[in-house]
Design a protein around this ligand. Structure first.
Ligand SMILES: Cc1ncc(COP(=O)(O)O)c(C=O)c1O
Length: 487
């Protein structure tokens, strides 16, 4: 029997998987979720397991095929034009191929000695992408982290430690009447930011929620008032978090004005660009992030608008030294006492992970093989498409748009003529749930100004305006079914 650790079965195993993946990728049918009852799926998964025995089970290619088939069929179908519901991308397949290499060679990338090429690729990608941010070469820093949530947490930690240098060693100040640490966020900030605040020991009452304008963006004039009021209440706001692409509607906060305000008040500006920072690589769309160079830190999810496998997040700092501030620890087993030209590229002291996936490799490979235009063209197509479907909705009397799209996220409501205001919320929730179960499309929902709206994220490379028209037909059909059932 060939050893599970050996190379003998590798080609056969890979061919089995390749066949499945190739047909998965070539399937352009419109589908949402094939939502299976968890008990049924558990049974199907159990049926694929070799019977319990004391010795290693003989390898069974059919079992592998069954596992891959089940894996590929269930869950979100990011390559189908029916996928419109979330922000993770339909990936460029080559990105997945490189991720597969990462899985086989297993070179974690927090330390240069373990992942040499990933460490160098991180440095190269930082320089490449900084061309669109605009910081002085050599003066900034970038680390990769496992997701935007972790990047937001890490940046806030660095900001907190800078404003409160004793916090790491002595804990929270404020007990003796000293100002209490606080963060300011847009009222529609991603939940990972307030979660990060909680982890940092910043209570809900220390989160200053900045008012938004009609387009759901932080309003800089009103932000100043809110920050001054917070100071009068004994809070020291050490970070202001602005969003470049909010999760609910894809709104871009005015970074230029907020950058000036933050600098004037001595506050760290963190930009959560998890969704929208990708727009920086497009000459046509970069202006949405005007003022980004004033940010102290920027979180950028490449697994969203850069079409690579999740997770792959880049956390940038304007000042190189700030990136050392998040974690103030010593550990003799990994952090070298005598740094040299190799350990200079270690990121272990600056990111939370000890073992870190070499997540930069798919991004760097795609960038190297195809260049920036691959990303810019796709992002522009998706944003233009979203503008187009917004136009389609304006022509449909039984639909209402909630905002004008700034990127590739659009929220809207279905309002049949006979629907009273009090039932609008309930109907959107019911439509979303039924569409999820029926499985032809996958969309999400979000509350905008307290009322549910249907939400689409144009993230799939195959999707067209025609697919969106089909979705509208599906929504009408589902609404009619719901209304008939209620009678
Ligand atoms: C604006 C924003 N910030 C942060 C996050 C969290 O990123 P991740 O899912 O990579 O942890 C998201 C996720 O959707 C997001 O939209």
């Amino acid at each position: 029997m060939a050893s599970a650790f050996g190379a003998e079965l590798f080609r056969a195993n890979t061919e089995t998987v390749l066949g499945r993946l190739e047909s998965h990728l070539s399937d352009s049918s419109i589908r949402g979720l094939d939502l299976i009852d968890p008990e049924t799926l558990t049974q199907a998964a159990r049926a694929l397991m070799a019977a319990e025995r004391d010795e290693i089970a003989p390898f069974d290619e059919k079992r592998l095929d069954g596992i891959v088939d089940l894996y590929v069929r269930t869950g979100i179908q990011v390559h189908s034009p029916g996928y419109m519901g979330r922000q993770f991308s339909g990936v460029v397949p080559l990105g997945g191929v490189v991720d597969f290499v990462s899985s086989v060679v297993n070179q974690p990338s927090s330390f240069y000695e373990a992942g040499q090429l990933p460490s160098v690729a991180e440095r190269i990608m930082a320089e490449e992408l900084n061309r669109f941010i605009g910081w002085e070469p050599g003066s900034f820093a970038m680390v990769t982290t496992s997701g935007g949530s972790l990047a937001n947490l890490t940046a806030l930690l660095a900001a907190r430690n800078k404003a409160f240098p004793d916090f790491w060693s002595s804990g929270s100040p404020g007990a003796d009447g000293a100002p209490r640490p606080a963060v300011a966020v847009g009222a529609d900030v991603h939940y990972s930011v307030s979660r990060a605040a909680g982890i940092l020991g910043i209570g809900e009452s220390q989160i200053v929620r900045l008012p938004l304008d009609r387009e759901q963006r932080i309003c800089p004039e009103r932000a100043r008032g809110a920050l001054e009021a917070a100071e009068r209440q004994g809070l020291k706001v050490f970070a202001l978090v602005a969003s470049a692409g909010t999760t609910s509607v894809g709104a871009f906060d005015p970074l230029d004005e907020l950058g000036d305000l933050a600098r004037e008040l001595g506050i760290w500006l963190h930009v959560d660009g998890a969704h929208g920072a990708g727009l920086l690589v497009s000459d046509k769309l970069r202006h949405k992030l005007r003022g980004i160079e004033k940010a102290d830190s920027l979180a950028w999810d490449a697994h969203k608008m850069m079409f690579v496998p999740a997770p792959c997040t880049l956390l940038f700092y304007r000042n190189k030294e700030d990136s050392d501030g998040a974690f103030q620890q010593h550990a003799s087993y990994v952090f070298d006492e005598e740094p040299d030209r190799y350990t200079e590229l270690d990121s272990g002291g600056r990111n939370f992970e000890c073992t870190k996936r070499p997540m930069i490799m798919p991004l760097w490979t795609l960038w190297s093989v195809y260049g920036r235009a691959l990303f810019a063209e796709k992002i522009e197509y998706l944003c233009e498409l979203t503008e187009e479907i917004h136009g389609i909705l304006l022509e449909e009397p039984d639909f209402e748009t909630v905002h004008r799209p700034e990127a590739n996220i659009l929220c809207f409501r279905h309002r049949p003529a006979d629907l009273s205001d009090e039932h609008v919320h309930r109907l959107q929730v019911a439509i979303r749930n039924r569409i999820k179960i029926q499985g032809n499309f996958f969309i999400s929902k979000v509350n905008v100004d307290g009322v549910a709206a249907l939400r689409v994220v144009m993230m799939n490379h195959r999707i067209t305006a025609e697919n969106f028209r089909m979705l509208l037909g599906e929504i009408r059909r589902v609404a009619a079914e719901l209304s008939a059932a209620a009678r």
